[in-house]
Design a binder for this molecule. Sequence first.
Ligand SMILES: NC(=O)N[C@@H](CC(=O)O)C(=O)O
Ligand SMILES: [Zn+2]
Ligand SMILES: [Zn+2]
Length: 346
Amino acid sequence: MTTHPTLTIRRPDDWHVHLRDGAMLEGVAPYTARQFARAIVMPNLSPPMTDVAGVAAYRERILAALPAGSDFTPLMTLYLTDHTDPDEVERGHGAGVFTAAKLYPAHATTGSAQGVTSVATIYPVLERMQKIGMPLLIHGEVTDSHVDIFDREAVFIERTLRKLVADFPALKIVFEHITTQEAAQFVESGGANVAATITPQHLHINRNAMLVGGMRPHAYCLPVAKREKHRLALRKLATSGHDRVFLGTDTAPHARHLKESACGCAGLFNAPYALESYIAVFDEEGALDKFEAFASENGPRFYGLPLNEGTVTLEKSGVTVPGEIAAGGTVLVPFHAGETLAWRLV
Ligand SMILES: NC(=O)N[C@@H](CC(=O)O)C(=O)O
Ligand SMILES: [Zn+2]
Ligand SMILES: [Zn+2]
């Protein structure tokens, strides 16, 4: 009998997920709950989650969608708009309903039509968040039609993020799903209050995966995958052991027919094999000793939350990802569809 190498780590969390609502929520939530103890749940539903009552009710729907016996904890977020009231933010945070608030520049991504038109309009909200110690999560892309889509993250750093960080030196900021060398450098050289999440897809693929040999909608997400040098910079940062960089899958399910379309939706469904996808990268980079910090320690430390008790074990015995997964009365194509990954969650 051959014995496979194994790796046991403290139970991990996912600091960026889209669980959706209704039948889709019921279909996808068990995949995240199987791999992670907690997850930051993004608020870009339609309509978006803009108040305490709405977010509290959404949390109940998530808990109701979990498999019997699951101890998964959804950590909820508020969707910021031009009209967000600082008092509502503080009330929801104080009541334990909002873990964080999410800044979507208006029209940057899926479900961002009611996002913030100019960061200046929410300065009173950011003042309050800084005061009460509530993290700000940012989809960091400009939406200016004159800016090339591959440059939108790097331009956001220069036009918006540098000033934001300077104006709110004590505000905890998570630069979500970073995709560029510029973002990696910004976070690495930033202060103790600036962190980033990195998705599995941006560690595995560059833009060729989307465009070579035909248009491949299942590799399309936002921010869009960039050229190879950016992927390599992200891999270096993720596997470096840097303590302000952590796991956030950005699992974002869209029905197959809505992705395979003349105007396909942005987002990858990576929840079912997320840990398998990440650990492949750490193994390839010779950095398995850094995986636990990235997956299970850096996130809770940055958010000021306790580390999870318990462990999960991964085994280097291989797992083949199915070509499609039925969920929510429709069909989803998972990230790595049809591929065999070296490690599997035991
Ligand atoms: N990442 C994506 O491509 N899509 C996300 C939105 C987001 O995180 O920007 C979605 O909700 O579908
Ligand atoms: Zn986003
Ligand atoms: Zn997202």
